[in-house]
Design a protein around this ligand. Sequence first.
Ligand code: S3P
Length: 477
Amino acid sequence: MPGDKSISHRALILAACAIGKTKINGLLESEDVNATRICLQKLGVQITKENGKSQNNHKDKAITQKENGCYYVFGAGIDALQEPKDILDCGNSGTSARLLAGLIASRKFNAVINGDKSLRQRPMDRLFKYLKPLGIQPRLQRKKFLPLSLGGIQTPLPIKCKLQSPSAQIKSALLLFALAAQGVSKISEPFPSRDHSERMLLLFKANLKIEKDEQNNEKNITKINTPNTNTNRKLIIKGGKALIAPEVINIPGDISSAAFFILAATICKNSEILLRNVGVNPTRMGFVQTLIEMGADIHISHIKNTKSNQSQHEEALEPTADITIKSAQLNGVTVPAERAASMIDEYPALAMAAASANGKTVMMGLEELRIKESDRIEAIKKGLEKCSLHCEQEKDTLTIVGAELGQKNIKLKEKNISINAYGDHRIAMSFITLGLALSANDEKNIIIVDSAEAIATSFPDFIQRMQKIGANVREIQ
Ligand code: S3P
């Protein structure tokens, strides 16, 4: 699988802020991560690529981390970052924009951050509402959007706040700001979101303490402890301590990219796929957990980096595992709102699983989906309706009545159904995967998905990898 996108962004940014050289193995080479890398280079950080070295030792059928890059980042500390001569263009990447804004908010110099049409419609004020009380005064387009101009702070003050939405981007941006703040910042997180930043900050020896108030209320059916949806966590970080570059960071395969292969193997008959070295961080396992509840045949093995008695060092590592998936008939389930953060990018894929299942699937607590790369609730609903699949939306709940794909013969009304993916990579990959199952059901069923070029933001060789495992999919101009 391609390297994890969230972890790749963070590895580049923290390595750029640290003292010393960091080798990053398996960095995702996609448009989003390239945007972060180029912005950091504009901030004066030297980043080089090791030439021609493949990470792939397995020559068998398994899908592994092959084309991911090996990079060296030469950090000289946060204070060595320089005023960029040019606009910092984050392209389509919300993670680049939010994380870099958090970092630059503590700098004395000024910078302008911009993005593509989709990113310019996504709110940035959700970060600045926590920073404005500390005197940070960004100039934002229409009060909350990119482009934004920022910087010029002499003395960054520590943050004391309680997060109001389960956003890892906002949490991470605030942690980056807090690294340079003069004093102790306390960020409390009532709903757990992905914790890659916290793990990586520990790896870089930041002065970070994590206080958890834990009572596990989710059943553990994935072998990986799924996140405790009731966990109240407090992140206590003392600013001013230099980050120390670890020698090497190994980026695991991206569970959010793996989700499309897990979906494909589950809903296409007679399939079996083995995915190697995928990140199985508990804060990202909601999709796998939900599919298992629906009856999917998913086996997790070779789990690494999870110890019951975690020391600080072990807590810093990202758990990985191999995942084997076989075709299965799914049944509809109700997915609770508390699970949303642990599968926030996987709802489009889950919607396709739900559309193939027996019975009704209800997904609750989806309000964050409206402000992703597209309004994903709308995009899912419109696409499924085009395929004559039943989907209802009420406020932040999506209900899908499954078409029993494995048992019934589904014939699409028109010969070629065109799906609008609204320039959103995950919507495009989800409908392509549904198309595979529909065409396996009846070869006359053909789905044409637009915006396929958007897939390059997270998974540049998605189509080639699908073709390699026998998927009947091709690009048309
Ligand atoms: C991400 C966090 C999520 C996710 C996005 C990547 C990150 O966004 O949707 O694709 O890397 O922190 P939010 O934290 O805003 O929910």
